[in-house]
Write a protein that binds this ligand. Structure first.
Ligand SMILES: Cc1ncc(COP(=O)(O)O)c(C=O)c1O
Length: 359
């Protein structure tokens, strides 16, 4: 068994190094042409009007909320009970009130049935993540007539019913954090889908019309790496889908006997597999620690547990979120994972179930 198979890794080669070096040589390292080019290219890819760069995806979400006018406790924002904690934090930073809803077990994003009863006059926005790279069922949420912020942190390059994610919501947010499809260390992009929204976004980010500015700058050093990554996006997605296919074939039997649920396949929304998350029929801790001891870094999809349970006064009991937290396991999935590494991951999972006499 090889020493350690990482859970995630950025897909870098000489192209990122050259891009970075070129910026260093120009000495133009602040936010500038490259950050703007990154925004333009992300907007083209996502069929959006345009947008602004930000220092992180979290700050991008914050800027999106402020663009929608969220700034007092009365402003409620619907978020899933299971997602990155940034979703909660950005609502709090904006001064609004997060309203936790359950996830669905089809694609692990928000459950529409959990959202509907929570809608009020003062619901200002819904943050809808495309979890683990799978497009959420956006149509259902658009019908609610509440502004949608598409959280595309996991899903750059994914398509829903023929149109790219990021083209549906009032605003969309992307992340360049080191584990994401396009990894540049840190960074983000916020895009808008109508001229009024785009104007407000620019006003807040750059301090136009006498407004103060949110200085959430993105250095051209980072943008250069992100642009080099963007050139490789088709390859990145192809490789992630290839890995997912192998997992799907090799783990089919465990799926068929009901000990492991594999990610669903949908006809009009193909995942880019930011994560390949399986759900065990019991607590996943045993599988995770068995694999980790053998040097295969399978992880809990979200180690901090259900989001609401982590915050005083917010505890909810959302069944699906809890199930994914306790029983979920995220398998190593990144372009540099070789076919022989994938075999090792699969073998370790089979060894675990053999040790349990399940197979
Ligand atoms: C769904 C989701 N949204 C937003 C973020 C925040 O992005 P960033 O890490 O760039 O602040 C993350 C985590 O990285 C995330 O997983």
């Amino acid at each position: 068994m090889s020493n350690s198979i990482a859970h995630t890794k950025p897909f870098f080669d000489q192209r990122e190094a050259n891009a970075l070096l070129a910026v260093i040589e120009t000495r133009l390292v602040n936010e500038g042409d490259l950050a703007n080019k990154l925004v333009r290219r992300t907007a083209q890819l996502s069929h959006s009007l345009g947008g602004v760069p930000t220092s992180t995806g979290t700050l991008g979400l914050h800027l999106a909320l402020r663009t929608l006018g969220v700034d007092t406790k009365d402003d409620e924002v619907i978020i899933p009970d299971l997602a990155c904690r940034s979703l909660y934090d950005c609502v709090k930073i904006a001064g609004g009130t997060p309203v936790f809803c359950d996830i669905n077990l089809e694609d692990y994003s928000l459950s529409i049935d959990s959202v509907r009863p929570q809608l009020r006059k003062n619901t200002r926005a819904i943050i809808l993540p495309h979890m683990y790279g799978c497009p959420a069922k956006i149509d259902e949420f658009l019908e609610l007539e509440v502004p949608i912020i598409e959280d595309c942190a996991h899903a750059l390059g994914t398509v829903y019913r023929g149109a790219p994610v990021g083209s549906f919501g009032s605003l969309s947010v992307f992340s360049l954090e080191g584990s994401k499809l396009i990894a540049a260390g840190e960074g983000g992009v916020v895009l808008a889908n109508n001229p009024t929204m785009l104007h407000s976004l620019n006003t807040l980010r750059y301090g136009l019309d006498g407004h103060f500015a949110y200085h959430y700058r993105l250095s051209d050093l980072i943008a250069s790496v992100a642009l080099a990554q963007l050139d490789k996006l088709p390859l990145i997605i192809e490789r992630r889908r290839h890995i997912a296919n192998i997992y799907r074939n090799e783990l089919k039997y465990l799926g068929n006997i009901g000990v492991l649920s594999l990610p669903n396949l949908f006809s009009e929304r193909e995942s880019v597999y930011y994560r390949f998350v399986v759900v065990c029929d019991t607590d996943s801790d045993d599988l995770i620690s068995f694999a980790n001891q053998k040097g295969v870094l399978i992880r809990n999809p979200l180690p901090s547990g259900c989001l609401s349970a982590s915050y005083k006064g917010h505890a909810t009991d959302n069944r699906n979120s809890r199930l994914l937290t306790t029983n979920g396991a995220s398998l190593p999935t990144y372009p540099d994972l070789s076919d022989s590494d994938i075999e090792i991951v699969v073998d370790v999972i089979h060894s675990f179930y053999k040790s349990k006499r399940v197979i």
